[in-house]
Write a protein that binds this ligand. Structure first.
Ligand code: PBG
Length: 327
């Protein structure tokens, strides 16, 4: 008989020892649940490319948030789906405090002060071009966009947002927003920066949800090239200097190496966005019984934690909480 001194299987021999040596965990406290509010639906409407995810009317959203809070989910990233006729090149609907988005935030905070509301700072849901910046002669203008993002973030802070999350990838926006918030007394409103946001095919279902696909061209002049990782460190350095409280990598799964890179190169909390296309793939294969959906879901969330993320934005948050919290 061959004698092996080292036998790693000893630490796997039953559930107790496996649990004792487990290195990484997903907790409901790590999760942010993205939610879509729409002026165009009564009650709620399922997004066909995202089974189990809905556009909610303002009122229906209250019930959804209440249910999530009971499951232990407390952080929500809210996105607006607005009518096409309100969209323009200034995204003016984004600072209309009677408009859908801001009035929803105010209603949510009034009903559930304990809910942590993360707002989206980007023009695309409000842009007639479906771009994250002001368009002129088919170009996306940077500094003109900053002014709009500043107005948008301030309006969100004024109505009660706990944290603003610029998802646009314009240069300098974190510092610009930080300055405006501070000058207006909102030193307590945090910024979660979409720091390394890649020009990705995985955003398709999200754009279905918001009807926000670009009307011309693509987002490659502002979102990052999927081939690059050193460039992510430049973005990390800038967002850190500009005052980001949390830095994000997006998408998550094809970018686990970037999450790991952030973890090694920053002491800031790292968030990862497990995006719509990543969710849709699991759901589609699950519906066909090609994979064990829940097992794959849990493995994916764990892999994002293992790569180094502290926080995961995921459409799986509610079902994960249902399966894991109330046991
Ligand atoms: C744009 C934005 C996108 C997502 C969040 N904010 C997509 C895009 O850049 O077109 C995608 C999220 C997802 O796919 O789940 N500001």
């Amino acid at each position: 008989m061959k004698l092996n001194i080292r036998r790693p299987r000893r630490n796997r021999k039953n559930a107790v020892i496996r649990n004792l040596v487990q290195e990484n965990f997903v907790s409901v406290n790590d999760l942010i649940y993205p939610l879509f509010v729409s002026s165009e639906v009564k009650d709620k409407q399922e997004i066909s490319s995202m089974p189990g995810i809905y556009r909610f009317s303002k009122d229906a959203l209250l019930f959804e948030v209440e249910e999530c809070l009971k499951l232990g989910l407390s952080a929500f990233a809210l996105f607006p789906h607005i009518s096409e006729n309100l969209k323009n090149n200034e995204a003016s609907e984004s600072w209309n405090d009677k408009g859908l988005y801001l009035s929803t935030i105010s209603l949510l905070k009034k009903n559930f002060p304990e809910a942590f509301i993360i707002t989206d700072v980007a023009m695309d849901p409000y842009s007639n071009y479906g771009h994250d910046g002001v368009v002129k002669d088919n170009e996306i203008l940077n500094d003109e966009t900053l002014e709009i993002l500043g107005k948008m973030a301030l309006a969100q802070a004024q109505i009660g947002a706990n944290m603003v999350a610029p998802s646009d990838m314009m240069d300098g926006r974190v510092g610009y927003i930080r300055k405006i918030l501070d000058e207006n007394g909102f030193t307590n409103v945090s910024i979660m920066a979409y720091t390394a946001k890649y020009a990705s095919g995985f955003y398709g279902p999200f754009r279905d949800a918001l009807d926000s696909a670009p009307k011309f061209g693509d987002k490659k002049t502002y979102q990052m090239n999927p081939a690059n990782s050193r460039e992510a460190l430049i973005e990390l350095e800038l967002d850190t200097l500009e005052g980001a409280d949390i830095v994000m990598v997006k998408p998550a799964l094809s970018y686990l190496d970037i999450i790991h890179l952030f973890r090694q190169n920053s002491n800031l909390p790292v968030a990862a966005y497990n995006v719509s296309g990543e969710y849709a793939m699991v759901k589609a294969a699950g519906q066909k019984n090609w994979i064990d959906e829940k097992r794959v879901r849990d493995e994916i969330l764990l892999s994002i934690k293992r790569a180094g993320a502290d926080i995961i934005l995921t459409y799986f948050a509610k079902e994960w909480a249902k399966d894991n919290v109330l046991k």
